[in-house]
Write a new protein. Structure first.
Length: 230
């Protein structure tokens, strides 16, 4: 699943609806010291150190198309990272290759494979989160990285941000991503022919919550700051 939704990258041609802050003082600040380590994928906060690699990814015409993004200059990319870090309605993690990163935890920019985002789309309902996943490195697609990273973000959203409903907006041609979300129990609820996108949704019942926490029971939560100490 290379990427989801026209709202990915927060720089889409369309203007997203007004959003309410995710949680308290700001969701991005909430996760700024959080590492979620899974079997294949590890999630770390998006920092300035990740920007050059991220900038290289977003030069790809394929990723621009799949995420409905406009190419930015490197300086604009740094500004975007700073705004995301302070954004009260957005939670972003960079996805790393756990195996490579475990061998060299101080060099995560060398282990980057994508990113995962969660933000609110309904100003009337702060428990609804829109989720986006991008596996930017082609060699990592179709190997379970996107699935695990998405499950980890969903679990984090349920446990830490009070999310009880998820939506994913995906380009109609992105069959791999649509298929992945359906395997995670999402159901197709709308098709937008103007943006050529499909909206999928999951309501997190007690049964779904139990399944989600079970799927992520192997995930270890760590302090990013501590791992970065020499």
């Amino acid at each position: 699943a290379p990427g989801t939704g026209p709202s990915a990258r927060a720089r889409a041609p369309r203007v997203p609806p007004a959003r309410r802050p995710l949680a308290g003082p700001g969701a991005m600040r909430l996760n700024e010291d959080t590492v979620l380590q899974g079997g294949r994928a590890t999630l770390v906060p998006y920092t300035a150190a990740h920007v050059p690699r991220y900038h290289e990814w977003m030069k790809s015409e394929e990723l621009q198309r799949l995420t409905a993004s406009e190419p930015l200059s490197l300086e604009q990319e740094y500004e975007m990272q700073r705004s995301w870090r302070e954004d009260a309605d957005k939670c972003t993690f960079i996805v790393l290759d756990t195996e490579r990163w475990s061998a060299q935890p101080q060099a995560d920019e060398d282990c980057m494979v994508g990113d995962v985002n969660l933000f609110l789309t309904d100003v009337e309902d702060p428990t609804l989160g829109e989720i986006e996943i991008m596996i930017a490195e082609p060699s990592y697609r179709g190997k379970g990285f996107g699935k695990e990273a998405t499950l980890m973000m969903m679990s984090y959203g349920v446990r830490n941000l009070g999310i009880t409903k998820f939506e994913a907006k995906i380009g109609q041609e992105n069959e791999a991503s649509i298929s992945m979300f359906k395997k995670l129990h999402f159901k197709e609820v709308a098709v937008n022919s103007v943006f050529r996108e499909v909206t999928l949704r999951l309501d997190v019942s007690e049964q779904e919550k139990h399944w989600l926490l079970e799927q992520t029971s192997h995930v270890k939560e760590k302090s990013y700051r501590d791992l970065k100490l020499p």
